[in-house]
Each structure stands twice: as structure tokens, then as C-alpha cells.
Design a protein. Structure first.
Length: 96
């Protein structure tokens, strides 16, 4: 899975981080082109009972995927900077 952007500080990533990234990629791959998902969908896919505790790790996984060019984060249908986005966000696969 994606580890980190070259400029990002070193962080220890565990199996849950890899699972969240994989869940985001898989959920988006199963959707139509241009469709979005909520980070909570990835959290629920990884742990249906404890998904609430995975919300911030899911958002962090999404930011790693943004840094690697795999997904973009949107609010109100517009791409936003993941470092400044506050509130509900959606994730969309980057089309090449």
C-alpha cells in the first residue's frame, strides 16, 4: 500500500492503516467513474462494530492516498486541500 509522501514526516503505519487504504481503493474501484465514498464506508469495511474509532485513521489514510495521487478529497463536489478540509468530506478516485 501507499506509505507516505516524500515530504511527509515519518509515521509508523500498522495493519489497520493498510486495510483502510485498501478499503478506500476497493470501494472506489467498485463504483462508477466519478462516484465518491465517505471515509466512514472504509472504516465500516475494516471494522463494522468499531468503525467510529477508525474515522480519523480513515481520513488520514485518504490523505496519504491524495499525496500519492490515487484519490482526491472533495466537499460540495469541489476538490479541497486535505490539510485544510474541515467537516464532512467525500473521496473520489483520480481519473488518469
Amino acid at each position: 500500500m501507499v506509505r507516505r509522501h516524500e515530504d511527509a514526516p515519518a509515521a509508523k503505519l500498522g495493519p489497520v492503516d493498510d486495510k483502510l487504504e485498501a478499503a478506500i481503493v476497493a470501494l472506489l474501484a467498485a463504483r462508477d467513474r466519478g462516484a465518491t465514498i465517505c471515509p466512514s464506508e472504509a472504516a465500516r469495511a475494516v471494522d463494522a462494530d468499531g468503525w467510529r474509532d477508525l474515522m480519523e485513521p480513515a481520513r488520514t489514510a485518504a490523505r496519504r492516498l491524495v499525496a500519492s495521487g490515487v484519490v482526491e478529497i472533495t466537499q460540495g463536489g469541489r476538490v479541497v486541500d486535505p490539510s485544510t478540509a474541515r467537516g464532512p468530506v467525500r473521496l473520489r478516485r483520480v481519473e488518469r
